[in-house]
Design a protein around this ligand. Structure first.
Ligand code: GBH
Length: 496
């Protein structure tokens, strides 16, 4: 007991087991320390004020296409991102996910990275075209085997696996055959695939997210043409794409629950559009709540309420999607938890004397951003997103399924990466998350995006979101300063 506390409190400069995983000796991370949550009596007053709830989950997150590489191995089929990333000019520097972080082969080393920072959970995504080379029909056992190896390695190292079943890498064959998410055939195919994976891994994996970030793989992919498959369809088609996506979530959920006898926890991982009261008065808070419900009407709101809001349907008019009452029921199957990816206050809000009761305020021209141009610095979102989700829909549990920031992260001559911007980001965002948990908002855990630098979609490898730095030539992983900070928080469950 005594020695554990010694380690956790003072020895953060020690190297620990890091040499075993081939990391440079300069690094600050100690490996293999036991988790050393301090006993209450030992907490200083400041510590107890900044403590997170007992059993709070500290994890990291990645997604298959962004980290795995090995795109032509062991029978993997083609995804829309393989196709899209090969169209010249679509991705910065024409980067592709062909090799990415080569996690397919290096997962054991990566599990040690997680362990070295006391991450107790890992959110990864399963690549659909790996598990079914042709999207449905005959499964490809070699594809699933990779996830079996990964899951076993995580469990052997005391890290709880959280599986995301869809993080944008749609099998190309579904795009070619049905127009991808334009067809309910894709929703059905997703349910079949989701049930198959769940049946195979639910003896060891108890937590699932159906689909990740609906707005990104619907509007941004089929309406605004930014992400694969890069289409710019008319409004009616996009509304249908959204509907088919939430339908896939409902059908998947039902199918997953049917195939397994053990108790699973299943939720969603949605990039909620976060409305934040710019001045926190009671009336502005009410306005932010109304705005949050409407701004998410086609996605999270319908999943939580089983109906499209009147405003949503009226504003679409003849472009509203085709749907049935039965489908709406399925879409709103109760969830075990709600997962939200939270990066920014998408909208600032003030109360207004109009029909909606709110006014959306544009960000000022010089509102600061992190390295990604879209990433407005707005830590309060990590308080307001879970609080408004709780007030609107009262879920049993909430997870922050993603939060983090991109940076340019350059190696110094000494081989160090002092990512003070990321440390600043985490500190300020977690201060707001702590405010939420302290008020009893049932946030169960936080997954940092990302474990390591990876393929940042259309931004290629140029913007780095990792706690660990990736040398894309040698594929060597090097800790930045931020994992030392993450580790300190995760180890003691206290925000420092
Ligand atoms: C998440 O999206 C993703 O789940 C994850 O895969 C990704 O790596 C991570 O964030 C970091 O970006 O083209 O300029 O209009 C976060 C929400 C939605 C933010 C899409 C960027 C496109 C910006 N993202 N958005 S832009």
């Amino acid at each position: 007991m005594e020695s554990k506390n010694k380690n956790s409190r003072r020895d953060f400069l020690k190297i620990g087991g890091s040499a075993a995983i081939g990391l440079p000796a300069m690094q600050l991370i100690g490996c293999n320390n036991q988790v050393t949550a301090l006993e209450k009596k030992e907490l200083s007053q400041n510590d107890s004020i900044r403590k997170f709830p007992d059993n709070f989950i500290w994890g990291t997150a990645t997604a298959a296409y962004q980290v795995e590489g090995a795109v032509n191995e062991d029978g993997r089929g083609v995804s829309i991102w393989d196709t899209y990333s090969k169209i010249p000019g679509k991705i910065k520097n024409n980067d592709t996910g062909d090799v990415a972080c080569d996690m397919y082969h290096r997962y054991k080393e990566d599990v040690q990275l997680m362990k070295s920072i006391h991450a107790g959970a890992y959110r990864f995504s399963v690549s659909w075209p790996r598990v079914f080379s042709n999207a449905t029909g005959t499964p490809n056992p070699k594809g699933l085997d990779f996830y079996n190896r990964l899951i076993d390695e995580l469990l052997a190292n005391g890290i709880t696996p959280y599986a995301t079943l869809y993080h944008w890498d749609l099998p190309q064959i579904l795009q070619d055959k049905y127009g991808g998410w334009q067809s309910k055939e894709t929703s059905k195919a997703f349910a079949e695939y989701a049930a198959y994976v769940t049946e195979k891994i639910s003896d060891r994996v108890k937590h699932y997210f159906t689909l990740n970030e609906f707005y990104s793989f619907t509007d941004l992919s089929y309406g605004l043409g930014q992400l694969a498959p890069g289409l710019k369809l008319p409004q009616k088609a996009v509304a249908q794409v959204r509907h088919n996506a939430v339908l896939a979530h409902g059908m998947g959920l039902q199918a997953m629950r049917q195939v397994t006898k053990s108790t699973l926890e299943i939720g969603v991982a949605e990039n909620i559009v976060t409305a934040v009261p710019i001045i926190e008065t009671q009336e502005n808070i009410e306005a932010a709540k109304k705005a949050t419900r409407e701004l998410n009407a086609g996605l999270l709101t319908v999943m939580m309420e089983g109906k499209y809001t009147d405003n949503y349907l009226n504003s679409l008019g003849p472009d509203a999607p085709d749907f049935t009452e039965e489908e709406l029921k399925l879409i709103a199957e109760p969830l075990d938890f709600v997962g939200i990816n939270v990066y920014l206050a998408n909208k600032y809000v003030l109360a207004a004397n109009n029909e909606t009761g709110y006014e959306l305020i544009s960000h000022a021209k010089n509102h600061p951003t992190m390295a990604s141009p879209w990433h407005l610095v707005s830590p309060e979102c990590l308080y307001w997103a879970p609080r408004l989700v709780k007030e609107l829909w009262n879920p049993k549990e909430i997870y922050i399924t993603e939060n983090g920031c991109g940076a340019t992260d350059e190696l110094s001559d000494e081989g160090q990466i002092m990512d003070t911007d990321r440390v600043m980001f985490i500190k300020n965002y977690l201060t707001q998350l702590h405010r939420a948990t302290n008020e009893g908002i049932p946030v169960k855990g936080y997954f940092h995006w990302s474990l390591m630098d990876n393929f940042e979609w259309i931004f290629g490898y140029g913007i780095r979101f990792g706690l660990f730095y990736m040398d894309y030539k040698t594929l060597e992983r090097t800790p930045k300063l931020s994992p030392e900070y993450f580790k300190t928080i995760a180890r003691d469950n206290i925000l420092v």
